[in-house]
Design a protein around this ligand. Sequence first.
Ligand SMILES: Cc1cc2nc3c(=O)[nH]c(=O)nc-3n(C[C@H](O)[C@H](O)[C@H](O)COP(=O)(O)O)c2cc1C
Length: 338
Amino acid sequence: MLYPLARSLLFGLDPETAHQLTLRALEQGAQCGLIQPGKPVATRPRSVMGLNFCNPLGIAAGLDKNAVCLNGLGSLGVSFVEVGTVTPRPQPGNPRPRVFRLPEVEGLINRLGFNNDGVAALVERVRHRTWTGILGINLGKNFDTPLNLATEDYLAGLRQVAPYADYITINISSPNTQNLRQLQGEEALRPLLQALHQERLRHTDRMGRSLPIAIKIAPDLEAAALRTLADILVSEQMDAVIATNTTLERSAVCHLPRGSESGGLSGAPLHSRALDVVTILAQHLNGAIPIIGVGGITGVSQARAMLDAGASLIQLYTGLIYHGPQLITRILKDDANR
Ligand SMILES: Cc1cc2nc3c(=O)[nH]c(=O)nc-3n(C[C@H](O)[C@H](O)[C@H](O)COP(=O)(O)O)c2cc1C
């Protein structure tokens, strides 16, 4: 009810400032009891990646890159929150401005470039979390780490977050780190996943629990490449695929004032492509590993479509910017009534 008013104020500010203010207010509200402390809302429970989710809805990576708002986001009713992308060393990201609203189509373009406080700072925050929902930690590589050394960055991230993450995500699909998406090709991908799996085994032995690994992929892959990639994920014992990250495609928005900004496009203009990717993966994987669907979920119908296409879980980002926490309430209510 209040969100349309808050949104008109927030949309008067530059997108990054508005984002930081919102996260801060939400976290403070949760910490001082203005917002009821987080309890995930139970709708239709499911086991995914060996973890028990009480509803299918989570927060996508990038919304809380540094884990500064876990209690706040957790209080919204989602069953899981994915923080990051975090890199081994802190880095400032690309020069501003680097986030652009496309309100005509409920879209966003960002070229943030993994701005984050680094994995040590993130670990310090998640160690002290009181929120009890499922925590995913999304890992990336530093912008100045050469691609042939990327594995070392992902391994360093894994080692540090393993004790605190319920699952980790390997982000090889951001369009804003030069050549990162090349890691989706078979030649680079297999050795990366093999190294991650070996490292994960060392930690699961020590921790006495599993550490599922999800791989986040781009929407800008042809169907044949998607199938090859899916086969690699299965054969290298990955636990889930997250589809999708933002797109480089601009045909739906290039006529808009900000539609040709460089970066990744998210929100409503991404939805049909993200849904296609989930559909292709679901048909090909046939349940071999679960799919986490993300991309342009701005209402109940898109959430339903992702789940009906074969996603076991779904995530939100841009839809929340346009519709606020009501979007979560509406999707969860719909899910409970199915
Ligand atoms: C401003 C912004 C920053 C993002 N940062 C990250 C990130 O750090 N890591 C990541 O894996 N995805 C990131 N994403 C991608 C989202 O997690 C999501 O995959 C994508 O935006 C599609 O979902 P949406 O249409 O619901 O936003 C970012 C998206 C936006 C809009």
